[in-house]
Design a protein around this ligand. Sequence first.
Ligand code: PLP
Length: 287
Amino acid sequence: MSRIAYVNGRYLPHREASVHIDDRGYQFADGVYEVIAIEHGRLVDERLHLRRLGRSLAELEIAEPMPEASLKTIMREVIRRNRVRDGIIYIQMTRGVAPRDHAFPRYARTQVVMTARRSKLANPKILAEGAPVITLPDLRWARCDIKSIALLPNILGKQQAREAGAYEAWQVDSDGNVTEGTSTNAWIVTAAGEVVTRAATHAILNGVTRLGVIRVIEQAGLKFVERPFSVAEAKRAREAFLTSTTAYVTPVVRIDDSVVGNGKPGPLARELGAFYRRYVEAGGQDA
Ligand code: PLP
């Protein structure tokens, strides 16, 4: 089956879909994106993703390209044309096409690209065995809360993780505290049973899965604390895990050369993973 991409009002065979070489996304990474999971044909926490997309656009003063209802219609059409029941949809919006100049162009029309593909979310082998992570300095800018397509430090970090045989790289700020992974949020469980993740400041992306897991933690009556934690604390933690749209709740079993807990996925991380799946099946926060 051939894949179909949406590009600025047209549905095109994926292979033929392209953007202008003066697209500011291509020239300057002047754009934002979202990745939304599709489970049983349903978008997971669509409202939270679209709210974050709107916020990212507003923070960068990129114009909303269309009303939300039109965007939702196109998203559903892209999913339908690609016959995706379980997988992801990728939405990218850039400031527009204009002769290369750093300052915003006087006239620009927000460019919109969407693709969808079938994929298995949350790799079962990694869920069962747990993920090793490495740590490295956070080289990113001071507005990591914006879901920008400028991802160079993230891809360099992920590549370093791959080369080290790890699943993810946890980025560390100048105080020695973990900010987040290159494409995931970072969590620990303390000896006192508190579930800890960093507060959603400008230092991290406020993950939609993070928000879902916080909801699940509160519903389960577990102790939740938003605060920074150091690499040393994470290595000593009872459990660790990471969250994202595509990783769901993935236990972390090694940080650099230190084994977390007994080196197996922690019971609380597994339980939260199961609770989160139920939350998704029940329609998440769109329910
Ligand atoms: N942090 C970063 C840097 C990310 O890129 C992502 C997702 O791409 C996340 C966290 C997790 O966010 P979400 O749960 O919305 O997928």
